[in-house]
Design a protein around this ligand. Structure first.
Ligand code: DX5
Ligand code: ZN
Length: 222
C-alpha cells in the first residue's frame, strides 16, 4: 500500500525554516508540532509562526497540537488554511464540538492519543473525525524510540475504521525510521510522521533521499 509521509519540522533548522520546508517538497504533508510548555514540557512555536509557515510551505500543513485548551485554539489553527489540525484527546473538553469547529473552519479534524490513552472511546466518534494520530512515543520531544506496545491500539483502530467504511486516516508519530515504518504500516498506519530520521544531522543524506527510503521501506510491506 502507498503511505503518506509527513516530515516533522521539529527536527528542522528553525533559523532556516523556509529552506528546510523546501527540502521536504517530495513528501505529502508537513507536520508542524505546536507545544505550549504545559500539555507537554517542551515549547516550540505558536500561531503567528504557523501562519507564516502556511504562506511559504510547498506542502499542506498537518498541524499537531500538544497544548492545553485545544477547544479554544484549534479552530484558529484551522483558519491558517491548514490541511489538517490534530488536537490532543487528553486535553479536549468537548471533542465532538471541537472536531466540528475544525471542519467548519476548512481543515480535516484529527485526534491524537498518547501511548497510555485508550482508543475505544474515540471509535464511537469516527464519523466526526478525519484522522486518528496514534502517538508511538510520549509527546514532547523528537529523537525518542518507537514504543511497540502501541501497535495493538493501532490495529484496533484499523479494524474499526475498515469496518466503518469511513475515510479516516491513521497516523503514527514518534521514533519512525526505515525499520519501524514497516511495523507501523503492517499494523494499519497509512500516514507517517518522521522528524529526526528525515532531517538527520549535517553530513547525513538529504531529506529527499530519506523520504524516498521511507517510502521504499513502506512499499515492501506485503
Ligand atoms: C513528538 C512530536 C513528533 C516528533 C517526532 O512529540 O509530536 O512529531 O517531531 O520526532 P521523531 O520522528 O524524531 O521521533
Ligand atoms: Zn508530532
Amino acid at each position: 500500500m502507498s503511505v503518506r509521509i509527513s516530515p516533522s519540522i521539529l527536527s528542522a533548522d528553525f533559523v532556516n525554516l523556509e529552506r528546510d520546508l523546501h527540502r521536504i517538497s517530495s513528501a505529502d504533508l508537513v507536520h508542524v508540532d505546536v507545544m505550549d510548555g504545559h500539555f507537554v514540557p517542551n515549547l516550540t512555536l505558536g500561531l503567528p509562526v504557523v501562519q507564516r509557515i502556511a504562506e511559504v510551505s510547498p506542502l499542506p500543513l498537518d498541524i499537531h497540537l500538544m497544548i492545553d485548551d485545544p477547544d479554544s485554539w484549534a479552530p484558529r489553527y484551522a483558519e491558517t488554511g491548514a490541511f489538517s489540525v490534530t488536537f490532543p484527546a487528553e486535553a479536549a473538553s468537548d471533542p465532538k464540538a471541537l472536531a466540528r469547529a475544525i471542519r467548519s473552519a476548512g481543515s480535516r479534524a484529527a485526534v491524537a492519543v498518547k501511548p497510555g490513552t485508550a482508543i475505544e472511546p474515540w471509535l464511537d466518534l469516527l464519523d466526526e473525525i478525519d484522522m486518528i494520530l496514534v502517538m508511538t512515543v510520549e509527546p514532547g520531544f523528537g529523537g525518542q524510540s518507537f514504543i511497540d506496545d502501541t501497535m495493538p491500539k493501532l490495529r484496533t483502530a484499523r479494524e474499526a475504521v475498515d469496518a466503518s467504511g469511513l475515510d479516516v486516516w491513521l497516523e503514527v508519530d514518534g521514533g519512525i525510521n526505515d525499520e519501524t515504518i514497516v511495523t507501523a504500516v503492517r499494523n494499519g498506519a497509512d500516514t507517517i510522521v518522521a522528524g529526526s530520521s528525515v532531517y538527520g544531522r549535517p553530513g547525513t543524506p538529504e531529506p529527499a533521499e530519506r523520504i524516498a527510503a521511507l517510502r521504499a521501506a513502506a512499499g515492501r510491506v506485503a
